[in-house]
Design a protein around this ligand. Structure first.
Ligand SMILES: [Zn+2]
Length: 361
C-alpha cells in the first residue's frame, strides 16, 4: 500500500513527491497496491504492453499513410500520448521493410553491383556540367570492383598453382574429399576467373545489406535539412523538420513494402503488378506527344514513378502543416521530391555500392 495521508494524497515511492490521483505528477510513477505483485497482474501487464504497443504503432503508421502530415502536426502541437513516437515508428517500419525486401527481392536501398550505372546527375539539362565528375566516380567504382575480382583471381590461381600435379592439372575435391574433378592445365585460369567473379558477387551481396540498412539513416538529417530550408519560418526548429522527415521516410518505406508485396502476388500475369499499375500513367505522360514535356518536368519514367507517390504525400502534408498557398506547396513538394530522388539514387545508392566494394576482402 502507498502511504496515504489525509485528503487522499500519496507520497511517491520513487521521488518522494506528494500528489493526488493515480499517477505521480512529478515522475510518472503509479500508485502501488499489493495486488500488483500477483501473477494475474503480471500477465495482465504483459498482454497490455503488447496490445498497447501494437495498437499504437500500427494506428500511427496507418494514420501517417492515409493522412499525410497529420501525425506530424499532432506531434508539433504537443499531442503525443495517442501516437507512437517517430523513432519507434521508424524502427518498426524499417524492420518490416527489410523483412519484406529480403523475402521478395532487392530494391533500391539494397543495390546490385553495377546499379551505380543507372543514375547520372548530368542527365539533367541543368547539370550537364557535372558530367566529368559523374563519369569519374562511376569508373572509380567500376575499377574498385574489378580490383576485388582480380585479388580473388590471384588468390585462387596461387592456390591452384600449389596443387598442380606433374602434368599441370589440378584435382578439385568435393566437400567430403571423396572424389575429385580434374581441372585440365589449359583451363585453370578460365575456371579461376569464373570462380573469382562468382565469389566477388557473392560477398558483395552478403555485405550490401548491412551498409544499405546503416546508410539509410543518413537520409533523415538530409531530408530534414531540405524541409527546413523550404519552411524555415513555419517549422522554427530543425528538430521539427527531423520529425517531418522521419514521418515522410516511414511513409516511403511503407509504400515500398506494399509495392514489393503487391508485386509478388499475381505472378501468373507474367509481369510485375507494380509495373502494370503504372501503365495508364505512362500512357498519358510518356506517349509520343507528352514525353518531351514529361521528361523535362519529371525526368525518366523511373523517376516519374517515384515522384508519383512522393509529391501527393508531401503536398497534402505541407498543406496540413503550413497552410501556404497551393502553388507554393506544389513547388515545394515537387522540388523536395526531386532532391530526395537525387539523394537516394545519385548519392546514397552509389555510396552504398562504393563502401560495400571497399569493405570486401
Ligand atoms: Zn514521483
Amino acid at each position: 500500500m502507498s502511504i496515504k495521508q489525509k485528503g487522499g494524497t500519496h507520497t511517491c515511492k520513487n521521488c518522494g513527491h506528494q500528489f493526488e490521483g493515480k499517477v505521480c505528477n512529478q515522475c510518472g510513477e503509479k500508485v502501488f497496491h499489493e495486488h500488483h505483485l500477483s501473477a494475474g497482474h503480471f500477465f495482465h501487464e504483459v498482454i497490455d504492453f503488447f496490445y498497447h504497443f501494437e495498437n499504437k504503432v500500427l494506428k500511427t503508421i496507418w494514420l501517417n499513410f492515409i493522412k499525410p502530415g497529420f501525425v506530424t502536426k499532432e506531434n508539433l502541437r504537443g499531442v503525443r500520448i495517442p501516437y507512437a513516437n517517430a523513432v519507434q515508428l521508424y524502427l518498426v517500419v524499417n524492420l518490416i521493410f527489410y523483412l519484406v525486401v529480403s523475402k521478395v527481392g532487392v530494391t533500391d536501398y539494397i543495390p546490385n553491383p553495377g546499379d551505380h550505372h543507372y543514375y547520372y546527375l548530368s542527365d539533367y539539362p541543368a547539370f550537364r556540367w557535372t558530367e566529368k565528375a559523374d563519369t569519374k566516380m562511376v569508373s572509380a567504382i567500376d575499377s574498385a570492383y574489378t580490383h576485388k575480382q582480380r585479388d580473388a583471381y590471384t588468390a585462387l590461381m596461387e592456390n591452384y598453382n600449389q596443387r598442380k600435379d606433374s602434368n599441370g592439372n589440378v584435382a578439385v575435391y568435393g566437400p567430403w574429399r571423396k572424389d575429385s574433378i580434374l581441372l585440365p592445365a589449359n583451363q585453370i585460369s578460365m575456371i579461376a576467373l569464373e570462380e573469382a567473379r562468382k565469389l566477388t558477387r557473392a560477398s558483395f551481396t552478403a555485405n550490401v545489406k548491412t551498409f544499405g540498412k546503416t546508410l539509410i539513416f543518413l537520409l533523415l538529417p538530409l531530408i530534414a535539412l531540405v524541409f527546413y530550408l523550404f519552411f524555415r519560418r513555419k517549422l522554427k526548429y530543425y528538430g521539427a523538420a527531423l520529425t517531418l522527415a522521419t514521418h515522410f521516410m516511414v511513409y516511403n518505406l511503407c509504400f515500398y513494402s506494399l509495392h514489393a508485396l503487391i508485386n509478388v502476388g499475381p505472378i501468373y500475369i507474367n509481369e510485375n503488378f507494380g509495373g502494370w499499375m503504372m501503365k495508364p500513367f505512362y500512357f498519358i505522360f510518356y506517349n509520343d506527344y507528352t514525353s518531351p514535356v514529361s521528361s523535362f518536368i519529371f525526368g525518366s519514367e523511373f523517376e516519374f514513378m517515384h515522384l508519383l507517390f512522393w509529391i501527393p504525400w508531401l503536398y497534402i502534408a505541407f498543406r496540413r502543416l503550413f497552410n501556404t498557398s497551393w502553388w507554393k506547396n506544389l513547388l515545394a513538394s515537387y522540388f523536395c521530391s526531386k532532391i530526395f530522388f537525387f539523394l537516394v539514387f545519385g548519392v546514397l545508392k552509389k555510396m552504398v555500392i562504393a563502401i560495400t566494394i571497399w569493405s570486401l576482402h
